[in-house]
Design a protein around this ligand. Structure first.
Ligand SMILES: Cc1ncc(C[n+]2csc(CCOP(=O)(O)OP(=O)(O)O)c2C)c(N)n1
Length: 399
């Protein structure tokens, strides 16, 4: 038995003291923590354990290591601070194009992507910066891309909506609502044909399950037992339309049943709850158990999109009237980041001082990314056709 295992056994789920960096959070500790978050009391009880099992099913017996927990916290901060920088650029008026901000939903991207390997695939949405950062996307190249610089991910031609890094398994952001599901199901079909144990995950909003893309993806994944995981980020709105006004069901994961797929509903503002159910779905898919659909309940803090030059209260900025301040404030009080930090500190995974230090390091990394992007050149107009056709397929003509 390793020292780490011994610590886990003797600590009986308590992460403090004996468990050092690299140690693992025990299942008991994890389940106790689910209760602590839910009931506001750090008391482990069999009832909590049973409820958690009922909710999350056959989750992996061991939770994430302390290093993984710290990395998850770091990535949540990266998403929050990087996107806050974009928001500031938008409101500052110096931003060209549009960006759909993910602030408030960080726990989903991080909970899911930290259950994946580098060679697993994700297919993302218009609101995808968070997914990309959680899968390892480079903050500087992403910022260069969304400010249309030549060294950005798409050489400055794609902007926010098309950032892709196949070397990290990122099949791209996508402005076509629902298409992500089809991309990932296609990748999952490829995995099945190749016979590897990779998985493919699609993210999509509550609006993404309305159409043919989702239906084709889910139906094919069920029929062929593909290693596909469809993550529905239910933030309650499709632009200004309330999900509650256009669905006859409350839990969108119920749709899974109609395809013969297992559906799960999880608190999308609880990174460990998301992570636990994602780990379960990934392990199942790797073992040939087929697809899972996971609905994560969450909320986006900012309006549907931000556009350069827009003013507060106008379309393309923040503070429109389609939702109440009260609703927004209630959800902001459920901010997934302080919630996770409080857990990490209470469980002695991080000291307050170390948590502050991580925040300072991330803030600096975002400033460095912004300085990098600012200093990069714009694409040359004469290079415009270079990335349109396969090289040599169409001869370039002068004049
Ligand atoms: C196929 C398609 N139909 C319509 C649109 C216009 N559109 C852009 S975002 C959006 C709403 C998406 O809502 P949801 O899927 O819930 O994601 P969220 O923006 O809430 O993250 C719509 C209808 C589109 N981009 N693609």
């Amino acid at each position: 038995m390793s020292e780490q295992d011994k610590t886990r056994q003797t600590a009986g789920g308590r992460l403090g003291g004996a468990a050092g960096p690299g140690g693992a959070i025990s299942r008991r500790g994890f389940l106790r923590r689910l209760g602590a978050i839910g009931a506001g009391a750090a008391v482990f009880s069999t009832a909590i354990c049973q409820r958690a099992r009922a909710q999350y099913g056959a989750a992996a017996p061991d939770g994430p290591t302390l290093e993984q927990l710290t990395a998850m916290y770091t990535d949540m901060l990266k998403i929050r601070m990087w996107e806050t920088k974009i928001k500031d650029l938008i409101l500052g008026g110096g931003f060209r194009g549009v960006a759909h901000l993910y602030v408030g939903e960080e726990a989903i991207a991080v909970g899911v992507c930290h259950a994946l390997r580098r060679d697993d695939y994700i297919a993302s949405t218009h609101r995808g910066h968070g997914h990309l950062i959680a899968k390892g996307g480079d903050l500087g190249r992403m910022l260069a891309e969304i400010t249309h610089k030549a060294t950005g991910y798409c050489k400055g031609y794609g902007g926010s909506l098309h950032i892709t890094d196949v070397s990290l398994g990122i099949l791209g952001m996508n402005g076509i609502v629902g298409a992500s599901h089809l991309f990932a199901a296609g990748a999952a079909y490829g995995i099945k044909v190749k016979g590897t144990d990779q998985v493919a995950v699609s993210f999509g909003g509550d609006g993404s399950i309305q159409g043919n893309f989702f239906s084709s993806a889910a139906n094919s994944a069920a029929a062929w037992k593909l290693p596909w995981i469809g993550v529905i980020e239910n933030n309650g709105y499709q632009i200004w339309v309330r999900a509650a006004d256009v669905y006859g069901i409350v839990d969108l994961a119920q749709r899974a049943q109609g395809y013969g797929i297992e559906g799960r509903v999880v608190d999308g503002n609880d990174v460990l709850a998301v992570h636990n159910v994602a780990r379960y779905a990934v392990a199942k898919a790797r073992a040939g158990g087929g697809p899972t659909i996971i609905e994560c309940k969450t909320y986006r803090w900012y309006d549907h999109y931000g556009a350069g030059g827009a003013k507060i209260g106008a379309d393309g900025a923040f503070g429109l009237g389609y939702r109440s301040d009260r609703e927004l404030r209630d959800w902001m009080a459920k901010d997934p980041i302080p919630r996770f930090r409080a857990f990490l500190v209470a469980e002695k995974v991080l000291a307050e001082q170390r948590a502050d230090q991580i925040a300072a390091e991330v803030r600096q990394a975002v400033e460095d990314a912004a300085a990098f992007a600012k200093g990069q050149p714009l694409p040359k107009p004469e290079d415009g056709l270079m990335n349109v056709f396969a090289q040599g397929a169409v001869a370039l003509r002068a004049g």
